[in-house]
Write a new protein. Sequence first.
Length: 462
Amino acid sequence: MSLHLNLPSSPALAEFSEWNRFPLPERFVGCIERSAPLLAAQAQQVPQEAWLGVWLAGPFAERSLGVWLDAPWQHACLRAWQALREPPRIWLECPANGDWRALLPMVQRYPKVAVQLSVDLSSRDCLQIDVQLRELSRAAETLQPLGVPLDLRLQDVAQAMPAQLYACVEFARHLRWLRLTLCDVQARLTPMGVRNLLQHLHEQFAEVFCSDLQLAFHGSDRRGLAQVNGMAALAHGAQFVHGSVVLPQRSARPCALLPLLRNYVYPQAAEVESYGEALGEVTGWGCEPTRSDNPAAPADNPVLQSLQRMAQAREQRHTPHFIFQVSADDWHVRLSIELQEQRIDLGERVHHYVLLLLARAYCQQWQCYAERDPDPLSLGWVEREALHKMLGDSETQFNVKVFRAVKQISCTLAKAGLEGFKPILTRVGSMRWACSDFTIFKDSTLECAVKQWRRVDVGPPG
């Protein structure tokens, strides 16, 4: 598997082919949709009564109303939202340099709303960061007893030093904040910067992000990198990404969610497309960035050109071949990877047994349905609950094993020059092995061999 960036400068790519899509990353949870503030800012051209009903019926489980301005349109959205039978989560941001206490009347009036509070990392003064965190701790002491979910937004995260990141993550962890959002609305990060930042966080705080602290990414398309930055964030462990389904002709340019999600096998793809079409009808806006209003259009952007060349080069590399060496009693599983002329030994790890179960499930299902010439992507799916019961693990223990397995393989192959590789595909409630070439040896006996999704250790069916 290679990293397909689906760049706008590659018209030859078949945009809607399922074969061109990534599986959703293991840790992906959802998107935070930010159309409402853009729609409200164009009130003269697009009155609220034209879009409010469509916005309320949208498929996203989390929405943002932007910075809390105590504006009539925000109150109208919140009143309509409260009347919903199954309302999505609504986030509101504290104004920059504003007093969080001004949010208290809003929180009391709309008790299910969630709040985003910010720390500014543009200053490299750790003492100043400490002052901000002390004030935010007082906010948490007041808001959390009211049941308000809190998100710590790290503003201008591209400027942050490791010591500042450490202070913010430890702060959020100890005070039990729900989420940490990496904000790059100044568009200073490239995909490599996003990758490096997230890898640093996961290496330093692996146990934190395996627990209850969620991680989100909020980028900007000012330099034409929002889509590839969003994909880089999801590929390296972000659970949420911020963006908008519709885009006015001139705006601060959030990430365009429809082009981003088209790169993945997304269960709600049809609903999101319909939502974008409905908002487009009432606003006249499009769902994708256009060359005319993008100051760094892909054809003129050397960063995107470089990324495209990297993607094309990866397409030419050999597919990794996974080799499982299993003891006779199944207690010990050693895994190695062959990539071109390299053989990489991943050692014997407990989490390799999860991968072995998924690989065996694919082999067994292929053998059952081989005579029907099945679609390989339809085979190998196993219910998550069944897997962790087979292992005798709790759900948390199982999730940790999956996370460690994915991280070990992804990081190992990234160092070998194959970035973005994920060994597991996921969908709601189930997962499958995602590697087309693998061999399983039990003791010294060949148990199963698969090449390009076809078993080669058995004869033709029938």
